[in-house]
Design a protein around this ligand. Structure first.
Ligand code: DAH
Length: 438
């Protein structure tokens, strides 16, 4: 799924008191979960018809790979933070950007969507795409969920890193849990224009929204922010990948920014999207108590950056507990010169299994199917591909055939193990999706 198609965002008490509690929660230790309640970070949540988070997904909560020393995701996070902390300093050399990487991933729908102006009926709220704890609470789908709250706490420049959760297709680049870093920078008129004698203004009351700017913003402010944003992120990419890296910007759409831009970098001949960004919608700042300022924001995918930088071919490897994976990054430090390229420590052959079924007349969601595959297959299924679809000429019923690629990153598995999973899968898809296995 392209970043641009996705847009999802944090609320709750702004007080520093709450904030210090936020940061002291530690790992999610998952005690016994009961039939009608879920316990997360010491809090009990009532399950309801919207609850769709599975035990398999909950086992990822609290792993905090982005905080595990010498884990590639932690290294990339630290490099980005180091870049910001050393490039943007105050007059005595102290870092201007605050960084938070310990905000728990359980957020309200208000934080994840409403605070970011995602409309109440917007498709990105769908159960198909998110992991709901219940109708009001979910595992954050993006770190943008925390923008408004940190603004409310008074931060004008900050970074937030964390694990994010999305129901998605399964392949080497997509895993339902991945990691993002959010960045926000707010400006007063003096900070943005630097020269008060020019008479430039942030706001132009009553001006309309155009393709270039939001209602009420001045075109000067928007252009200055666009330049500052692009320069900041372009420099970041050069510090991560070296000065020769090719980058390009595309215009795109998010509900919480206008104008919006995504950045692609060319890596081994291919353009890859690495972040979404834009000029923050003013109501977000208004709700955060910063209506006299304007700002830009970005959200970047840490997993993808780490895969590119270290040549890691499969996103599931990040979750491996095998020392032969993690030990490879022991000597890597902050500097680009200390980089290493991942070397496969064992290559196990894949095994393929097909599963065909008639779809129910009442509708079928491929994401629901993927979720079942994930729950039943654990981390063994590398890819799910629709290899055949046809409609029966007489009955009009539709049949799908999916090819499942089984491969373990760090161990061998037996045919029997795979057959048992297939059997469970057949049963589970019939029972919960109402399909007829052929
Ligand atoms: N939250 C977006 C996503 O996950 C990425 C993003 C886009 C973050 C634009 C931002 C932004 O802060 O301004 O797809």
């Amino acid at each position: 799924m392209s970043l641009c198609m996705v847009y999802r965002v944090f609320a709750r008490p702004p007080a520093l008191y709450y904030y210090s509690r936020l940061l002291s929660t530690g790992s999610a230790a998952l005690p016994e979960q009961s039939q009608d309640k879920l316990q997360l970070f010491g809090k009990l949540y009532d399950k309801d018809p919207v609850t769709n988070v599975t035990p398999h997904i909950l086992r990822h909560v609290g792993r905090n790979l982005h905080r595990v020393s010498k884990h590639p995701l932690c290294i990339i996070k630290e490099r980005v933070v180091h870049h910001f902390h050393t490039t943007y300093v105050n007059r005595v050399g102290n870092a201007l950007y605050a960084h938070f990487d310990d905000v728990p991933p359980v957020v309200s729908t208000e934080q994840n969507f409403d605070s970011l102006l995602v409309a109440p009926d917007h498709v990105t709220r769908s159960k198909k795409d998110n992991y709901y704890i219940n109708r009001d609470t979910l595992l954050r789908a993006h770190t943008s969920a925390h923008q408004r709250d940190f603004i409310k706490m008074g931060f004008d420049r900050f970074l937030v890193s964390g694990d994010v959760y999305r129901r998605d297709t399964i392949d080497s680049c997509h895993y339902p849990v991945f990691h993002q870093m959010e960045g926000v920078r707010l400006f007063t008129g003096d900070e943005l224009f630097r020269n008060e004698n020019l008479g430039l203004k942030l706001f132009e009351k009553d001006s309309e929204e155009t393709g270039e700017k939001q209602r009420g913003h001045s075109i000067d402010a928007v252009k200055m922010m666009e330049i500052n944003l692009k320069e900041t992120l372009d420099n970041l990419m050069r510090s991560l990948f070296g000065t020769d890296i090719q980058t390009r910007w595309n215009a795109c759409y998010f509900p919480f920014t206008h104008p919006s831009f995504e950045l692609e970098i060319k890596f081994q001949g291919e353009w890859l999207e690495v972040l979404g960004s834009g000029v923050m919608r003013q109501p977000i700042l208004d709700k955060g108590g910063a209506s006299d300022k304007v700002g830009w924001a970005f959200g970047l995918g840490l997993d993808r950056l780490a895969m590119l930088l270290f040549g890691i071919p499969d996103i599931r490897l990040f979750w491996s507990k095998d020392e032969r994976f993690i030990d490879q990054f022991k000597s890597v430090g902050i500097s680009l010169d200390t980089n290493v390229q991942y070397t496969p420590f064992s290559v196990f052959p894949p095994s393929y299994k097909d599963l065909s079924f008639w779809l129910p007349k009442t509708g079928f969601s491929e994401n629901d199917f993927h979720e079942i595959v994930r729950s039943v297959g654990g981390g063994l299924v590398e890819e799910v591909e629709l290899v055949d679809a046809f409609t029966h000429p007489h009955t009009n019923r539709v049949s799908h055939c999916y090819r499942l690629t089984y491969r373990a990153m760090d161990r061998t598995f037996t045919n029997r193990e795979v057959n048992e999973i297939m059997e469970k899968l057949r049963q589970e898809v019939q029972d919960t999706l109402g399909v007829n296995v052929r």
